[in-house]
Each structure stands twice: as C-alpha cells, then as structure tokens.
Design a protein around this ligand. Structure first.
Ligand code: GTP
Ligand code: MG
Length: 567
C-alpha cells in the first residue's frame, strides 16, 4: 500500500521550498516505483493515491438537481431535461446563477495564438493508429464489480492469458476470495487483493476494431473518493457499475452510498456520458430477472436526471455479468436472457461519440505521475492541443523548457498524439525530482496560468456539522485536474441570489450549506489552473474537507495575474 492521506499531504509539505519547487510531493505514487523499475510499459499502472483517513459518511446527495445549473456546467438541453418534480426534490434549494458581472473578464481566446512549437502540420498517419481513443472510468459503490468487469474486459480482449488467470484463481482461493480472481487483473497490489478492495485507480488498455480504450478502474470505498476524483477527471465516459444482487443495489443507492456520490461527482468533473451497467445479473437472487433490471433503471433514471445527465441522450443501461463475461464482448444468447435485445458492453462502448477536441489548441497536459527512465518520463492525458516528437514545451509552474524526446501511447511509441490521449512522454531539460504531479506540460508561447490566488464561483454543498459556517479562513483540500492542494478562502466576494440569480450587492461575511457564492481562494504554492470558460476541464474543481465534498466550483477570474510575477 503506497497511498497516504493526501487530505493531509499539503499540510505536510515543506513550504520553505515553495519558490524553488524542488520538493517532491509527500504523497506517494505506486506507479513511480513500478514503472521506473523497468520501462517495459506496464499495463496496470496506478494513478496517484491518497486519502486513507477514516472519514465521516460521505454524502453528496444534496448535490442533486441544482448543482450543475448553479455553476452553469450543464448545457441548455440538459437543463431542459430536468423536470420540475426533480427540482422540488432537490435539497438544499439553491439557484441557477449566471456569471456574476463583477467576475467577468474579457475572454482571452486561448486557442487564438498559433502554436509555433509545432514545426510542421501534424499528419494523422503520424499518430500510428487512426482509431479513435476513449478514456473510460469505472465508478460505483464498493464491491459492485468494477475491477471484475475491468479484468474480464482485458481477458476477453486477449490482454491476459489463460495461465495468468489460472494463477490468479489459485491465489484468490488461497485468500478465501475465490470469485475475486478476475478483479486481481486490475487490483494489483497486495492490500487490494487481501481486502478485495481497490485503493488506487487501476489503469489498463484494450482495443476494439474501432476504438482504443484506456480504462480507469476507480475504487468504490468511500475512503478513497479522492482517488476516484482523480480517475474521473481524466475520463471521457463513465461506466457506472451497479450490483443487481439483492440488498447490494439498495445499499449503494441509499443516501451516502457511492452509486449516488460517484454519479454526481463524475458529472461535476466533466464526465457527461454514462453507461449504467447492471452487473451480477447471474446472481441467484437475480437470475437475469427483467423485473429487477427494470426496477433498478426506474430508480436510477430520475436520480441521474437530477444530477444533470440527459438520460435520453447521454445515458444507456445494459445488463451484464462481469464474473461470467455475459453480454460483454458478445451479445447474450436468448437462453441466458430472453428479454434483452440491446447491445453488449463492447458495442455500447464503441458507439460512444467522442467529445470534439481541437488538435491545434494550446497544449495542456496535466501530469498525474512522473518517473525516471533514461531521462524524465511524465504521464498524463492531453486536455488540449497535440504533441509530436521534437516539440519544445514548458513544464508549468516552474517554467522549465523541455524537449519532447519520445511519446508513448499505450504500449507503442508514436510521433504524434492528439488531444484526449493518455500518454507517457520522455522529456529532456528537466530533472524528474523537479516535477510534481499537478504540474502541467504546456505550450511555450501560451503557457497555462500559474497562480496563488483565483476567484471562483462555488456551490456550497452540505458543510460539516462542526464547521457549518463557510467564511474567510475556511480551509479545505482543492482538487482541480491533477492538483491536490490545501487552500484557504480569503474572502467572500458576493453571494448569488437564488431567486433572481444575480449577485447580491450586500456585503457577505459568511454563508451556509446550499449557498452559491463567489469567493477568493488562495493556495500556498503556485498551481496551474484555467478559467472554466476557457478550458472547462482545467477550471472545474471540488473542495473537500475531512473526506467529504463540501463544495464544487469553477474558476472565474485571476485577480493578480496580469503583470504580476505569478505568471
Ligand atoms: P471496489 O474496488 O472495492 O470498489 O470493488 P469493485 O467494484 O471493484 O468489485 P470487485 O470487482 O472487487 O468485485 C466484488 C465482488 O463481487 C467479488 O466477489 C466479485 O467476484 C463479485 N462479482 C463481481 N462481478 C460479479 C458478477 O457479475 N456476478 C457475480 N455473481 N459476482 C460478481
Ligand atoms: Mg475494484
């Protein structure tokens, strides 16, 4: 087990060195040691681990209904989709809020500047593979079967051989966890296998004729929600896994269950498409019952609508058995499930439409990990722009100019990679220890802003019982793309009126659960963020306190950026 409590990690940080930015993070990254040992690309690298602390019951149900509207994260069509009935159910009541006038800045057209680092126009064939690429995160309540499904996918797509499976079967049996062998493909560390719980986000690749997939297997346990956030923030599409087993669906879906929390967080983090996989359909308490499947769908749909999902356009339900691989690579036989006419999981994943991405945008790749292997290798997902071998880029916020030596996509070396790709890039010009996860590899001529302060519009969720007042001085953990950093609220700028959705001109000293408020946030060392309106994926965030999500927000303004030494 390599993860430590990142909720505390920034508090442990050596602030004295913040200006030099040479301190490696206190939180550990298992992929580091795994990957640096040999550079044969690992299939199952793990993402940043954190948050081990026992936490109070995570409950973000109240994010429901109004959450996306309040932050204007939802598109119009989706908003139209949410019915009045759902709106009434939402708690606490809050308002849709337009961009407050005082925080609006001139848009700075992030993609307007030509990318002079690219010497020639990248050619499609340089990418080495013309198939589309999709990042899929598996989310859902603990024990729903996420890792089992991930493992089964790898097995069915010939990424794991029979002998390995047999070995895992024996190993699982020895631990009295017979049925867990499929999950062992994704759960690679000892603690995960012993306890049968994913801790860190598992990472693997598989492909179909049409698509190359990166799968991110998030942990379901509530203690590891920050890891789930890290996985979901890199995903294009979510697979929400629900156990159909009697009692398990109910537990996952009740208040405080991670079915709810994960679905809500995923939407907040920009995962706008969901496949809802009703798993364990083989279980004796289910036996492929249509009634059970329908019951689950009927209960989940209104809830997903209330989270801001357009359930007609962006959500699809399907029954499967992850353990037996039914309705996964191939459609089920009628003898297994006579009533299902829909697609199997691979078909549904293949049919997901890719989000539009601009390969010519300013380059942005938040770094989730780094290690040393014949130089410095960094890992992350390209959020904007593209990269090719030989490019000159800048590691922000430490402004280190680097040269792209090698680009690895899955297990292959490529000349060119497009936005959305999950990559490992070997760079020269910077030492591995001078990079920490959360840094961003970025264009030289338009580097990502690095700030100590920013203004943000927050939707306060349910505050902790013993910290029920949100005011200047409130400290929390900020999660924004791959940054996890302690932050402090420096001041409340203005509140938003829930009825008129306009800024209230009265001075505001504190707010409570449910409020929408514009605040100034400060961190102790430079972090790289963008305004939500420019790069949504790099400008949306969550604030967590003692293991609970207390607010979600979007970056609206950089008060000190222009002409300051911060950038
Ligand atoms: P966390 O990582 O802890 O959140 O759990 P998970 O969602 O990854 O669940 P995991 O894959 O570890 O599976 C939990 C248990 O459910 C194991 O005992 C699996 O064998 C069992 N399981 C998973 N899928 C199925 C299925 O399709 N049918 C049956 N009968 N059992 C399943
Ligand atoms: Mg798991």
């Amino acid at each position: 087990m390599t993860s430590v409590g990142t909720e505390d990690a920034s508090a442990d940080h050596d602030w004295e060195h913040e200006d030099k930015i040479i301190e490696p993070p206190k939180f550990a990254f298992s992929a580091l040691s795994a990957a640096s040992a040999e550079f044969v690309p690992k299939q199952y690298l793990k993402v940043a681990a954190e948050a081990k602390t026992e936490v109070p019951k995570a409950d973000t149900e109240h994010i429901a209904t109004k959450l996306e509207e309040n932050l204007n994260l939802k598109d119009d069509e989706e908003q139209a989709e949410a019915t009045e009935e759902e709106a009434e159910k939402a708690a606490p009541p809050a308002a849709s809020t337009p961009e407050p006038a005082t925080t609006v800045e001139e848009p700075h057209a992030p993609d307007a500047v030509p990318e002079e680092e690219h010497h020639e126009e990248p050619k499609e064939e340089d990418a080495g593979d013309s198939r589309q690429h999709l990042n899929v995160v598996f989310i859902g309540h603990v024990d729903a079967g996420k890792s089992t499904i991930g493992g089964q996918i790898l097995y069915l797509s010939d990424m794991v051989d029979e002998r390995t499976i047999q070995k895992y079967e024996r190993e699982a049996k020895d631990k009295n966890r017979d049925s867990w062998y499929m999950a062992y493909i994704m759960d690679t560390n000892e603690e995960e296998r012993a306890k049968g719980k994913t801790v860190e986000v598992g990472r693997a690749h598989f492909e179909t004729e049409k698509t190359r997939f990166t799968i991110l297997d998030a942990p379901g346990h509530k203690n590891y929600v920050p890891n789930m956030i890290s996985g979901a923030s890199q995903a294009d599409v979510g697979v929400l896994v629900i156990s159909a087993r009697k009692g398990e669906f109910e537990t996952g879906f009740e208040r405080g269950g991670q079915t709810r929390e994960h679905a809500q967080l995923a939407k907040t983090l920009g995962v706008s498409k969901l496949l809802v996989v009703v798993n364990k359909m083989d279980d004796p308490s289910v036996e492929w019952s249509k009634e059970r499947f329908d019951e689950i769908e009927k209960k989940i749909v209104p809830f997903l609508k209330s989270c801001g999902y357009n359930t007609k356009k962006d959500v699809q339900f399907l029954p499967i058995s992850g353990l037996f691989g039914s309705n996964m690579k191939e459609r089920m036989t009628k003898s297994t499930c006579p009533w299902w006419d829909g697609p199997c999981l691979f078909e549904a994943l293949d049919a997901v439409e890719l989000p539009l991405r601009d390969p010519k945008g300013s380059f942005r790749m938040p770094l989730i990990d780094k290690f040393r292997d014949m130089g410095t290798v960094v890992m992350g997902k390209i959020e904007s722009g593209s990269v090719r071998r030989g490019d000159t880029l800048m590691v922000m916020p430490n402004k280190a100019q680097v040269k792209v030596v090698t680009v690895y996509r899955d297990n292959d070396e490529v000349n060119y990679a497009k936005p959305g790709e999950n990559l490992r890039i070997r760079i020269s010009g910077v030492e591995e220890e001078d990079i920490i996860p959360g840094f961003v590899l970025s264009s030289v001529n338009r580097p990502i802003p690095a700030v100590l302060e920013f203004d943000a519009q927050l939707q306060i969720l349910e505050l902790l019982d013993h910290k029920a007042i949100f005011t200047a001085g409130y400290k929390a953990i900020l999660h924004i793309h791959s940054v996890v950093e302690e932050c402090e609220i420096m001041g409340l700028i203005h509140q938003i009126d829930p009825k008129t959705k306009k800024p209230i001109r009265k001075k505001v000293l504190f707010v409570k659960s449910g409020a929408v408020v514009v605040v100034r946030i400060q961190v102790s060392q430079l972090i790289c963020v963008e305004k939500f309106e420019d790069f949504p994926q790099l400008g949306r965030f969550t604030l967590r306190d003692e293991g609970k999500t207390v607010a979600i927000g979007k970056v609206v303004k950089f008060p000190k950026l222009e002409g300051s030494s911060q950038n």
